[in-house]
Write a protein that binds this ligand. Structure first.
Ligand code: CTP
Ligand code: MG
Length: 233
């Protein structure tokens, strides 16, 4: 075979969602373009994405007015060669769907990653890829929950206290067999993460170890925490 049918359908595609407005951070610009130690969060995230084992294709989903990688907002962002940039949608799910549609058809494993989790170590990506390669339909990194969690009704009255030992706070990258994620997005709606769409289809989703550094920059305090981490403080 000159065109290798095997390698033609094997490779990791990463969709980096960066199209959110960052309203809770309130920096006056979309969060992925807010500087961390002088470089946009997206730049930090892509530095790590570039090191993902088996990487074949990267799609960045950006706000429509920032989707030109030659534009000034992209200063300090060095996407891996061949990275596609597409415009996002109103909800995160819309942005993921736009990224998925632009992904190299040769990718059989897809990771979806929040640009806002800009300091996620490459080891987390590797664990997720390995678990999908080992046969899981969906894989999410998760960390133990330290607080006791309550469910409440509309009045705020506690309806239950789930066993904390059985809970995980999940992060990204979330990894999937491509066909699974595509069917999940074709049919699903109203979920807060991609894994939930895949769960709705009845697939098992495996949790692997996450990492404290995969926290999401959401607030000003989170950004300050990220600044301290990159400064080594
Ligand atoms: N995201 C996206 N498209 C959207 C909404 C979110 O690509 N319509 C991305 C964000 O850019 C971020 C990730 O999804 O990398 C997680 O979302 P979140 O932390 O909620 O980011 P924002 O929506 O930007 O923040 P906020 O909710 O505070 O406005
Ligand atoms: Mg949001």
């Amino acid at each position: 075979m000159t065109t290798d049918a095997h390698t033609a359908t094997r490779g990791v595609g990463v969709v980096v969602v960066a199209a959110g407005s960052g309203s809770r951070l309130g920096a006056g610009m979309p969060k992925a373009f807010v500087p961390l130690a002088g470089r946009p969060l997206l730049g930090w995230a892509l530095d790590t994405v570039a090191q993902v084992p088996g990487l074949r294709s990267v799609v960045v989903v950006a706000p429509a007015d920032l989707a030109d990688p030659g534009g000034p907002a992209w200063a300090g962002i060095d996407p891996p060669p061949g990275t596609h940039v597409v415009a996002g949608g109103a909800e995160r799910t819309d942005s993921v769907a736009a990224g998925l549609a632009a992904l190299d058809p040769g990718c059989d494993v897809v990771l979806v990653h929040d640009a806002a989790r800009c300091l996620t170590p490459v080891a987390v990506f590797a664990r997720v890829v390995d678990a999908v390669r080992a046969g899981a339909a969906g894989v999410v990194p998760g960390i133990p929950v330290v607080d006791t969690v309550k469910s409440v009704d509309a009045r705020g009255v506690v309806t239950g206290t789930p066993d904390r030992g059985a809970l995980r706070a999940v992060q990204t990258p979330q990894g999937f067999r491509r066909a699974v994620l595509e069917s999940a997005h074709a049919g699903g709606a109203g979920a807060t993460d991609d894994a939930a769409l895949v769960e709705q289809l009845g697939h098992d989703v495996l949790v692997v170890d996450g990492d404290a550094r995969a926290f999401k920059v959401t607030t000003v305090d989170d950004l300050a925490h990220a600044e301290r981490l990159v400064a080594g403080a």
